[in-house]
Design a protein around this ligand. Structure first.
Ligand SMILES: CC[C@@H](C(=O)O)C(=O)SCCNC(=O)CCNC(=O)[C@H](O)C(C)(C)COP(=O)(O)OP(=O)(O)OC[C@H]1O[C@@H](n2cnc3c(N)ncnc32)[C@H](O)[C@@H]1OP(=O)(O)O
Length: 223
Protein backbone atom coordinates (compact mmCIF):
# COMPACT_ATOMS: atom_id res chain seq x y z
CA UNK A 1 0.00 0.00 0.00
CA UNK A 2 2.76 2.44 0.94
CA UNK A 3 4.57 2.04 -2.41
CA UNK A 4 1.25 2.10 -4.30
CA UNK A 5 0.34 5.40 -2.61
CA UNK A 6 3.69 6.91 -3.60
CA UNK A 7 3.20 5.75 -7.20
CA UNK A 8 -0.33 7.21 -7.27
CA UNK A 9 0.88 10.60 -6.03
CA UNK A 10 3.63 10.60 -8.67
CA UNK A 11 1.00 9.91 -11.35
CA UNK A 12 -1.17 12.76 -10.07
CA UNK A 13 1.83 15.13 -10.26
CA UNK A 14 1.84 14.56 -14.02
CA UNK A 15 -1.88 15.42 -14.40
CA UNK A 16 -1.38 18.93 -15.79
CA UNK A 17 -5.08 19.82 -16.28
CA UNK A 18 -6.35 18.22 -13.08
CA UNK A 19 -8.48 20.05 -10.52
CA UNK A 20 -9.41 17.65 -7.73
CA UNK A 21 -8.70 14.26 -6.14
CA UNK A 22 -10.58 12.15 -3.59
CA UNK A 23 -8.71 9.75 -1.27
CA UNK A 24 -11.00 6.98 -0.01
CA UNK A 25 -10.99 3.41 1.25
CA UNK A 26 -13.10 0.46 0.25
CA UNK A 27 -15.07 -2.20 2.07
CA UNK A 28 -16.24 0.09 4.81
CA UNK A 29 -12.78 1.01 6.12
CA UNK A 30 -10.78 4.11 5.19
CA UNK A 31 -7.42 2.70 6.29
CA UNK A 32 -6.20 0.74 9.32
CA UNK A 33 -2.61 1.92 9.10
CA UNK A 34 0.51 -0.05 8.35
CA UNK A 35 0.02 -3.72 7.42
CA UNK A 36 0.93 -5.42 10.69
CA UNK A 37 2.94 -8.24 9.09
CA UNK A 38 5.04 -5.60 7.34
CA UNK A 39 5.31 -3.56 10.55
CA UNK A 40 6.61 -6.66 12.38
CA UNK A 41 9.20 -7.25 9.64
CA UNK A 42 10.58 -3.71 9.75
CA UNK A 43 10.69 -3.33 13.54
CA UNK A 44 14.08 -1.63 13.79
CA UNK A 45 14.99 2.04 13.89
CA UNK A 46 16.70 2.11 10.49
CA UNK A 47 13.79 0.49 8.62
CA UNK A 48 11.30 2.56 10.61
CA UNK A 49 13.07 5.69 9.45
CA UNK A 50 12.97 4.46 5.83
CA UNK A 51 9.22 3.70 6.09
CA UNK A 52 8.55 7.07 7.67
CA UNK A 53 10.61 8.81 4.98
CA UNK A 54 8.60 7.10 2.22
CA UNK A 55 5.28 7.98 3.85
CA UNK A 56 6.33 11.56 4.60
CA UNK A 57 7.28 11.89 0.93
CA UNK A 58 3.87 10.59 -0.20
CA UNK A 59 1.87 12.62 2.30
CA UNK A 60 3.67 15.91 1.71
CA UNK A 61 3.66 15.55 -2.08
CA UNK A 62 -0.07 14.72 -1.92
CA UNK A 63 -0.64 17.83 0.16
CA UNK A 64 1.34 19.95 -2.28
CA UNK A 65 -0.40 18.72 -5.44
CA UNK A 66 -1.92 21.65 -7.39
CA UNK A 67 -5.24 19.83 -7.00
CA UNK A 68 -7.94 20.24 -4.34
CA UNK A 69 -7.87 17.03 -2.33
CA UNK A 70 -10.56 15.51 -0.16
CA UNK A 71 -10.36 12.46 2.11
CA UNK A 72 -13.67 10.59 2.21
CA UNK A 73 -13.65 8.69 5.50
CA UNK A 74 -16.18 5.87 5.67
CA UNK A 75 -15.69 3.34 8.46
CA UNK A 76 -12.50 3.41 10.47
CA UNK A 77 -9.28 5.43 10.09
CA UNK A 78 -6.83 3.81 12.50
CA UNK A 79 -3.18 4.62 13.30
CA UNK A 80 -1.38 5.54 10.12
CA UNK A 81 -4.82 5.50 8.48
CA UNK A 82 -5.86 8.33 10.80
CA UNK A 83 -2.68 10.17 9.84
CA UNK A 84 -3.49 9.75 6.14
CA UNK A 85 -6.71 11.77 6.42
CA UNK A 86 -4.49 14.76 7.30
CA UNK A 87 -2.74 14.52 3.93
CA UNK A 88 -5.64 16.19 2.10
CA UNK A 89 -7.03 19.72 1.99
CA UNK A 90 -10.49 18.67 3.22
CA UNK A 91 -12.01 15.75 5.12
CA UNK A 92 -15.58 14.45 4.69
CA UNK A 93 -16.69 11.80 7.17
CA UNK A 94 -19.60 9.41 6.95
CA UNK A 95 -21.79 9.78 10.03
CA UNK A 96 -20.76 6.35 11.37
CA UNK A 97 -17.02 6.77 10.72
CA UNK A 98 -14.35 6.82 13.41
CA UNK A 99 -10.84 8.24 13.68
CA UNK A 100 -8.36 6.77 16.13
CA UNK A 101 -4.68 7.59 16.54
CA UNK A 102 -3.50 4.30 18.10
CA UNK A 103 0.25 4.83 17.65
CA UNK A 104 0.93 5.40 21.36
CA UNK A 105 -0.95 2.17 22.15
CA UNK A 106 1.35 0.51 19.57
CA UNK A 107 4.37 1.83 21.49
CA UNK A 108 5.35 4.40 18.90
CA UNK A 109 4.75 7.95 17.77
CA UNK A 110 3.19 9.10 14.50
CA UNK A 111 5.23 7.79 11.61
CA UNK A 112 3.29 9.10 8.62
CA UNK A 113 3.63 12.88 9.25
CA UNK A 114 0.40 12.91 11.24
CA UNK A 115 1.77 14.54 14.39
CA UNK A 116 2.88 17.78 12.76
CA UNK A 117 -0.20 17.90 10.51
CA UNK A 118 -2.60 17.16 13.37
CA UNK A 119 -1.32 19.96 15.57
CA UNK A 120 -1.49 22.41 12.66
CA UNK A 121 -5.14 21.41 12.16
CA UNK A 122 -6.53 21.16 15.69
CA UNK A 123 -3.84 22.86 17.79
CA UNK A 124 -1.09 21.34 19.94
CA UNK A 125 -3.25 20.73 23.03
CA UNK A 126 -5.98 18.79 21.22
CA UNK A 127 -3.36 16.96 19.14
CA UNK A 128 -1.52 15.90 22.30
CA UNK A 129 -4.77 14.75 23.87
CA UNK A 130 -5.81 12.65 20.84
CA UNK A 131 -2.32 11.11 20.45
CA UNK A 132 -1.98 10.24 24.15
CA UNK A 133 -5.52 9.01 24.84
CA UNK A 134 -5.72 7.08 21.52
CA UNK A 135 -9.45 7.54 21.91
CA UNK A 136 -12.09 7.09 19.25
CA UNK A 137 -13.17 10.34 17.62
CA UNK A 138 -16.69 10.14 16.21
CA UNK A 139 -17.70 11.97 13.06
CA UNK A 140 -19.66 14.50 15.10
CA UNK A 141 -16.72 15.22 17.40
CA UNK A 142 -14.38 15.40 14.41
CA UNK A 143 -16.57 18.19 13.01
CA UNK A 144 -16.35 20.09 16.31
CA UNK A 145 -12.57 19.63 16.53
CA UNK A 146 -11.99 20.71 12.94
CA UNK A 147 -10.86 17.21 11.93
CA UNK A 148 -13.85 17.02 9.57
CA UNK A 149 -15.08 19.69 7.16
CA UNK A 150 -18.46 18.07 6.55
CA UNK A 151 -20.44 14.92 7.26
CA UNK A 152 -21.86 12.55 4.68
CA UNK A 153 -25.19 11.18 5.84
CA UNK A 154 -25.53 7.65 4.58
CA UNK A 155 -28.64 5.51 4.49
CA UNK A 156 -26.68 2.41 5.39
CA UNK A 157 -23.11 1.87 6.50
CA UNK A 158 -21.73 0.14 3.44
CA UNK A 159 -23.12 2.51 0.83
CA UNK A 160 -19.63 3.48 -0.37
CA UNK A 161 -20.85 4.42 -3.85
CA UNK A 162 -23.39 6.91 -2.54
CA UNK A 163 -20.83 8.45 -0.18
CA UNK A 164 -18.36 8.83 -3.07
CA UNK A 165 -21.04 10.48 -5.23
CA UNK A 166 -21.89 12.94 -2.44
CA UNK A 167 -18.19 13.70 -1.94
CA UNK A 168 -17.70 14.25 -5.66
CA UNK A 169 -20.65 16.65 -5.68
CA UNK A 170 -19.24 18.47 -2.61
CA UNK A 171 -15.85 18.87 -4.32
CA UNK A 172 -17.40 19.92 -7.63
CA UNK A 173 -19.27 22.76 -5.90
CA UNK A 174 -15.79 24.20 -5.33
CA UNK A 175 -13.92 23.36 -8.52
CA UNK A 176 -16.20 22.32 -11.41
CA UNK A 177 -17.00 25.84 -12.66
CA UNK A 178 -13.38 27.06 -12.58
CA UNK A 179 -10.79 26.63 -15.33
CA UNK A 180 -8.15 24.19 -14.11
CA UNK A 181 -5.50 26.96 -14.14
CA UNK A 182 -7.57 28.96 -11.61
CA UNK A 183 -8.02 25.98 -9.28
CA UNK A 184 -4.32 25.20 -9.46
CA UNK A 185 -3.42 28.85 -8.83
CA UNK A 186 -5.64 29.14 -5.75
CA UNK A 187 -4.39 25.82 -4.36
CA UNK A 188 -0.78 26.78 -5.11
CA UNK A 189 -1.16 30.10 -3.29
CA UNK A 190 -2.66 28.45 -0.20
CA UNK A 191 -0.12 25.62 -0.20
CA UNK A 192 2.89 27.96 -0.52
CA UNK A 193 2.04 30.16 2.51
CA UNK A 194 4.58 32.73 1.23
CA UNK A 195 3.85 36.28 -0.03
CA UNK A 196 6.63 36.36 -2.67
CA UNK A 197 5.60 32.93 -4.01
CA UNK A 198 1.96 34.07 -3.97
CA UNK A 199 2.83 36.98 -6.27
CA UNK A 200 4.73 34.66 -8.60
CA UNK A 201 1.84 32.17 -8.77
CA UNK A 202 -0.75 34.96 -9.14
CA UNK A 203 1.10 36.48 -12.11
CA UNK A 204 1.12 33.08 -13.83
CA UNK A 205 -2.66 33.37 -14.46
CA UNK A 206 -2.89 37.15 -14.91
CA UNK A 207 -3.88 37.80 -18.51
CA UNK A 208 -4.59 34.14 -19.11
CA UNK A 209 -7.59 32.54 -20.85
CA UNK A 210 -9.67 32.25 -17.67
CA UNK A 211 -9.29 35.95 -16.95
CA UNK A 212 -10.02 36.99 -20.55
CA UNK A 213 -13.17 34.82 -20.59
CA UNK A 214 -14.36 36.28 -17.30
CA UNK A 215 -13.73 39.89 -18.36
CA UNK A 216 -15.63 39.33 -21.60
CA UNK A 217 -18.72 38.25 -19.62
CA UNK A 218 -19.04 41.67 -17.87
CA UNK A 219 -20.23 39.80 -14.77
CA UNK A 220 -22.05 41.53 -11.89
CA UNK A 221 -21.41 39.79 -8.54
CA UNK A 222 -24.76 40.43 -6.90
CA UNK A 223 -26.41 37.00 -6.88
C1 LIG B 1 2.98 4.63 11.54
C2 LIG B 1 1.79 3.81 11.23
C3 LIG B 1 1.84 2.48 11.87
C4 LIG B 1 2.18 2.61 13.33
O1 LIG B 1 1.38 3.20 14.03
O2 LIG B 1 3.22 2.06 13.65
C5 LIG B 1 0.53 1.83 11.91
O3 LIG B 1 -0.48 2.31 11.44
S1 LIG B 1 0.58 0.28 12.67
C6 LIG B 1 -1.04 -0.42 12.35
C7 LIG B 1 -2.03 0.21 13.22
N1 LIG B 1 -3.27 -0.44 12.94
C8 LIG B 1 -3.74 -1.45 13.71
O4 LIG B 1 -3.15 -1.83 14.68
C9 LIG B 1 -5.06 -2.01 13.26
C10 LIG B 1 -5.35 -3.33 13.95
N2 LIG B 1 -6.67 -3.78 13.53
C11 LIG B 1 -7.79 -3.30 14.11
O5 LIG B 1 -7.76 -2.46 15.01
C12 LIG B 1 -9.09 -3.80 13.56
O6 LIG B 1 -8.81 -4.83 12.63
C13 LIG B 1 -9.87 -2.68 12.83
C14 LIG B 1 -9.02 -1.98 11.81
C15 LIG B 1 -10.42 -1.70 13.86
C16 LIG B 1 -11.04 -3.36 12.11
O7 LIG B 1 -11.77 -4.12 13.05
P1 LIG B 1 -13.01 -4.95 12.56
O8 LIG B 1 -13.92 -4.08 11.77
O9 LIG B 1 -13.53 -5.63 13.77
O10 LIG B 1 -12.43 -6.02 11.54
P2 LIG B 1 -11.32 -7.12 11.86
O11 LIG B 1 -10.55 -6.78 13.08
O12 LIG B 1 -11.94 -8.46 11.79
O13 LIG B 1 -10.35 -6.92 10.63
C17 LIG B 1 -10.62 -7.55 9.38
C18 LIG B 1 -9.33 -8.20 8.94
O14 LIG B 1 -8.39 -7.14 8.62
C19 LIG B 1 -7.20 -7.38 9.33
N3 LIG B 1 -6.52 -6.12 9.61
C20 LIG B 1 -7.09 -4.98 10.02
N4 LIG B 1 -6.16 -4.01 10.14
C21 LIG B 1 -4.97 -4.57 9.80
C22 LIG B 1 -3.63 -4.09 9.72
N5 LIG B 1 -3.31 -2.82 10.00
N6 LIG B 1 -2.66 -4.95 9.33
C23 LIG B 1 -2.98 -6.24 9.03
N7 LIG B 1 -4.22 -6.78 9.08
C24 LIG B 1 -5.20 -5.92 9.47
C25 LIG B 1 -7.63 -8.09 10.60
O15 LIG B 1 -6.54 -8.75 11.17
C26 LIG B 1 -8.67 -9.02 10.05
O16 LIG B 1 -7.99 -10.06 9.39
P3 LIG B 1 -8.42 -11.58 9.69
O17 LIG B 1 -8.22 -11.74 11.17
O18 LIG B 1 -7.49 -12.38 8.85
O19 LIG B 1 -9.88 -11.64 9.27
Amino acid sequence: MMVDLNDAVMELEHWKTGKGVILYGVGGTFCSGGYLDTVKNICNSEDGYKMSTLMHDSVLRLRNLPLVSVALVTGKAIGGGAELILATDFRLLSSSSEIRFVEARMGVGTGWAGGTLLQRLVGPRTALDLLLTCRKVSADEALVLGLADDLIEEKDDDDDEAALKKTTDWLNERIAHHHYSVVQTVKGIIACDDFEEERRIFSSTWGGKAQQDALNKNMKHNN
